[in-house]
Design a protein around this ligand. Structure first.
Ligand SMILES: Nc1ncnc2c1ncn2[C@@H]1O[C@H](COP(=O)(O)OP(=O)(O)OP(=O)(O)O)[C@@H](O)[C@H]1O
Length: 259
């Protein structure tokens, strides 16, 4: 469960170039809910994800994860509870290492236990199982160097590495934006499989309205640092790209479209 309460953040306050990034933003995702975040450039989408990950310190407001107030928790501590996949497929993985070595690195990062043994048989078997969820055949390429994988395979590996520690919240920050449309669709299918398999509470930022229609349980539209529109339940299932696009130009008070 993720809750953002009255989050406020202003950059360069009191200066001519003052920018309000988050303006009393409220948002609640129930456990296992997959929320898709859309909105114009500068609407506050990245700022919201940064506030959840701890990379952005709020001026006021609260962030709660599974009921725990993590507002004051520093980013490195929050990393055990919040996983994130970024836009650039090259950033989440180490190019000159194999798929299995990358998985081990992710384990070492997310585990508080000391992992003394390296790539033993039990660990390799576990990695195979985790990668098979993607449906991309990566489970048979554990010894392949990551720089020999396609962008889509690499981004899918980043995703599996991010969720390996079973985070409470998964943040997807335009994670398919740098991929060609076919590869983006493959990564989205892999994302849905991973999110469903682990029942992860997920926030995905996208500028791809087809993805916003096709994936997720709810659509959250940000505008000027606040939630302008939420589409949930049956309304989400029926939403079309044209519906979503129409809201980009309409400025109204917060609307809730639900079943
Ligand atoms: N580090 C920063 N310093 C100054 N202003 C910032 C900073 N980060 C964000 N902003 C400002 O806050 C507002 C919200 O930006 P944010 O990046 O969150 O929007 P976004 O919806 O993610 O946009 P995009 O779709 O272009 O990525 C913008 O006006 C932006 O210029």
């Amino acid at each position: 469960m993720l809750e953002i309460r009255a989050a406020k953040k202003t950059f360069y306050r009191g200066q001519p170039d003052e920018k309000v990034a988050l303006d009393s933003l409220d948002l609640k995702l129930s456990a296992g809910e997959f929320g898709v975040v859309i909105g114009s450039n500068g609407a506050g989408k990245s700022s919201m994800l940064n506030a959840v990950s701890g990379a952005l310190v709020l001026d006021s407001g609260k962030i709660l994860i599974n009921g725990d107030d993590v507002t004051e928790m520093p980013v490195h501590k929050r990393a055990a509870r919040v996983a994130r996949v970024f836009q650039d497929p090259m950033k989440g993985t180490a190019a000159s290492m194999t798929v299995a070595e990358n998985m081990l690195l992710a384990d070492l990062r997310s585990s508080s236990r000391r992992l003394r043994k390296g790539l033993n048989a039990a660990r390799l078997a576990a990695y195979k199982e985790r990668l098979s969820v993607l449906g991309l055949g990566l489970e048979n390429r554990l010894d392949t160097r990551v720089d020999l994988l396609s962008g889509g395979q690499r981004q899918s590996l980043s995703l599996i590495m991010a969720v390996g520690g079973e985070p409470d919240v998964l943040l997807l920050d335009e994670h398919t934006a740098a991929l060609d449309p076919r590869t983006a669709d493959i990564v989205m299918q892999a994302t849905v499989r991973a999110v469903d398999a682990l029942q992860l509470t997920t926030l995905m930022v996208t500028h791809n309205m087809q993805h916003a229609v096709d994936f997720g349980d709810s659509v959250i539209m940000l505008d000027a640092g606040t939630v302008r529109l939420e589409i949930t339940g049956e309304a989400k299932k029926k939403a079309t790209v044209a519906d979503l696009v129409s809201h980009f130009t309409v400025k109204t008070d917060r609307m809730i479209l639900a079943s």
